[in-house]
Design a protein around this ligand. Sequence first.
Ligand SMILES: C[S@@+](CC[C@H](N)C(=O)[O-])C[C@H]1O[C@@H](n2cnc3c(N)ncnc32)[C@H](O)[C@@H]1O
Length: 440
Amino acid sequence: MSRRPYLVDLTVFAADYAWIYDFKLTEVLTNGFLDRIPDDWRKCLQNLSSGDLTSLPDGKTKEDWPPSMQTFIHQAVALARRPKHEQSPLELPSRLRRGVTPKKIHEVQQMTHYVGRLCRERTIRNVIDVGAGLGYLGQALHHHYGLRVLGFESEETRCRRASAREESVLSETRSSVRTIEFELGESEANRIDFERVLFEFVGGGGGGDEPVCLVGLHCCGDLTPLVLSRFVDCCPKGSTLVCVGCCYHRMSRRSADDGGFLHFPLSSELETIARESRPTWTMSEYGLRLAAQETKARWKRQTAADHSNHAKHVVYRATLEAALRHTETQATKKFNKLTSKKDFSSFDVYLQSALNRLELDDDVKADIDRTAKSLYEPASFACVEGVTALQFLFQPLLEALVTFDRVAYLLEREIEADVVALFDDAISPRNLAIVGHKSI
Ligand SMILES: C[S@@+](CC[C@H](N)C(=O)[O-])C[C@H]1O[C@@H](n2cnc3c(N)ncnc32)[C@H](O)[C@@H]1O
């Protein structure tokens, strides 16, 4: 199916079933969510076995489940068309692995191989790495493919650490890899600055309009849309883009009193589709949060004990939050930090530990304690894990809306673009790269 009908289907599905993801799980007691679940779905979700939960996001249903729920599950699976990841053979030498987590090593190895090969095929010598962090990617691209790399990093301490690392892990050719302090921003002045630095960097290697490869590994929030717009506006013809986003929910709002996001939808295509097919729906922060969460690869590793633990965490916190609302208590949520097994040994123990963390008068605490105990109803929450399984079904669809919207933005500007799975999502769930190429 081509992109436009796919985006239409995703939008309609995301809008029609928004009740499944459009809320905070720990507010299920107070936001009327339980009433929105159809009765037959709730009964079914409450009785799912651990095996049912594990296989549900793969589309495995049972005949005695409500037909409308089976239809939902099958439609969601059919719409989840995540590209497949192909493992690369590249291995970082031990000095480039120093101090790097196994997850980051996987990401850097896979992305280096992908970007390095593209640069070779397209005879690109210069790479700009935006949000370079400690410069791991640039160091690997230089070591394995001899590329010149300029990293842009907004945090001064990270820049210093990146420079120190370049000194220690690269040999005499280290002057070909540099990280500078530079924060990409929305203003025109910032765009001009970016263009100037890019021109000076490429000009230093010969020819100001020589193509570059613009890369970003886990460009969070607004950074990916900014990288895309710099690619469109500032990179010469023949340039290539490989950018992996993350933390979609950290994107800026259009304004304080407007629920919409500044960079979503990014494309005119998705904006038109949403306006024409589901005019009252907008992507919420909860939707973007779910898009940026673990994929079903992680869910499938959960044991029965993990499920019961997760449900307990959600139910205990939701009950306490409901008690705070009922008693109209304004309190800092210091209990969010409670994580130890001991604190979750029973609801009474959890409640006591949470109340100990709240700076409130004793009579207010006693009121919250009474209210929470009266609200605590484990049976009504037996469907928490079932609902979480439904959310795992939704995760790839919401992420596809974000990534294909970004692809559509580039295509609208006559740039070849696609989505590629660079990493194994069981190791690194934010594994989708927007890949673009400006023809000559
Ligand atoms: C999730 S980290 C990834 C770091 C690195 N690419 C890696 O994978 O190890 C994102 C980095 O982008 C930087 N960053 C965030 N916003 C930025 C901006 N507007 N301009 C430049 N760097 C930015 C952050 O300081 C952070 O180091």
